[in-house]
Ligand binder design. Structure first.
Ligand SMILES: NC(=O)c1ccc[n+]([C@@H]2O[C@H](COP(=O)([O-])OP(=O)(O)OC[C@H]3O[C@@H](n4cnc5c(N)ncnc54)[C@H](OP(=O)(O)O)[C@@H]3O)[C@@H](O)[C@H]2O)c1
Length: 356
């Protein structure tokens, strides 16, 4: 058994560690982690590991953490009824060679991990989907699925909430970290709605890339936030950068109709921009699993899944040729990719896929 471990109180410290083989209990199965995507979202899981319990999904000992990833695994051994060895599944995984699960709610679509330590954690992360009957799955788009599927789900829900709350009719939607995959997917969906005005905020070095996407009406580098038009607008904050947030709130103040805190891609700048109250409305945290719960209640889980899958395929076709995959092999490849993510040195046109 091999693990990639991150020091919980210092994300720059990480190590590859060997441990004892996993003993399976009755009713358990062993997943062999195969391939997964790696983006700023995974770093955010580590940044928020304590505050949002992301470390609790795949616990590690002594102040170390297993940073969650999304990808494919294969059932290596199974003592669980209805779960066959050799089944390929997609889901939330540790950056480890193997992972024990306690399959529950087993059906032809897959199973949930019913391990007791996960019971109190959001259920949106528990399902392992058999590729054969998964409406998102296509063998030729596995890379894009690993990288973008969880982010797209969030973006779908952001687009849905902004429309549902009538915010898209109340001035432009201003999106920070406009070059991130989460922002791109949200902008792609919002741009399909009539009359939505989109402004992408990004680093000066990523402005040309953002402009070239053709989905934002206007691209504004962070150092030109003072040039934003005054008037009603909604802020979708994917960067989480304290200084950017302050600049937007100071420029738009009470004209801001809503300030939605989505992400923390600028993970080492959360506290920047000084303390004190922000002008305009207080930012409201957007947590995708909460919105999943709401829409599952409103529409039923199957309809939600179908709607997201229907929106996913056109996006997948649009983004795939725009994305260069950087392939990493083994735990050394993972460690190198993780370092690049921490440094913010991955160009927005690229993304890491790691095969263990
Ligand atoms: N609330 C939720 O439920 C939810 C769900 C999904 C994702 N998210 C969050 O959305 C954020 C974006 O995730 P993603 O996977 O889409 O990101 P990504 O595609 O990997 O983002 C890449 C972009 O983020 C910025 N960036 C990344 N690392 C940086 C660094 N170290 N320093 C400075 N800038 C950096 C740069 O954009 P710019 O130059 O344009 O700033 C870069 O082009 C994450 O924080 C993620 O957790 C939240």
């Amino acid at each position: 058994m091999t693990d990639f471990l991150v020091k919980r109180d210092d994300l720059r410290e990480c190590r590859i560690a060997a441990s004892e083989p996993i003993e399976l209990g009755a009713g358990q199965a062993l997943l062999r982690v195969d391939t997964f995507g790696l983006t700023a979202n995974n770093v955010t899981y580590a940044v928020m590991g304590e505050a949002m319990s992301y470390w609790d999904f795949f616990p590690a000992a002594d102040g170390w953490g297993r940073m969650p990833v999304w990808g494919f695994a294969e059932v290596e051994r199974s003592e669980a009824e209805g779960v066959e060895a050799g089944t390929r599944v997609y889901g939330y995984l540790p950056p480890s060679s193997q992972m024990p699960v306690t399959p529950a709610s087993v059906n032809e679509a897959g199973f949930s991990d019913g391990s007791p330590h996960r019971a109190a954690l959001p259920s949106a992360y528990h399902r392992y989907l058999a590729s054969g009957s998964d409406p998102f799955y296509r063998p030729d788009t596995e890379d894009v699925q690993m990288l973008l599927r969880p982010l797209f789900f969030t973006s779908f829900l952001i687009d849905d909430q902004l429309a549902d709350d009538g915010l898209v009719e109340r001035g432009p939607v201003v999106v920070s970290s406009a070059s991130s995959k989460t922002a791109i997917a949200a902008a792609f969906l919002l741009a399909r709605r009539d009359g939505v005005e989109l402004v992408g905020l990004t680093s000066p070095g990523n402005a040309e890339f953002v402009e070239g996407l053709g989905i934002y009406g206007r691209t504004v580098p962070y150092d030109e936030i003072g040039s934003l038009d005054r008037g009603p607008a909604t802020f979708v904050d994917v960067a989480g950068d304290g200084e950017v947030r302050r600049a937007v709130h100071e420029r738009l103040g009470d004209d801001l109709v809503h300030s939605m805190a989505v992400g923390a891609s600028h993970w080492d700048r959360l506290g920047a921009g000084g303390g004190g109250e922000l002008p305009g409305p207080a930012p409201v945290f957007f947590f995708a699993p909460d919105r999943v719960t709401k829409r599952s209640r409103d529409w039923g889980p199957a309809t939600l899944e179908q709607r997201v899958a229907a929106a996913w395929h056109p996006f997948c076709e649009w983004i795939a040729p725009r994305l260069q995959i950087r392939r990493g092999e083994g735990f050394e490849g993972l460690e190198a990719a993780y370092g690049e993510l921490l440094d913010g040195s991955v160009p927005p046109s690229s993304a890491h896929v790691i095969s263990l």
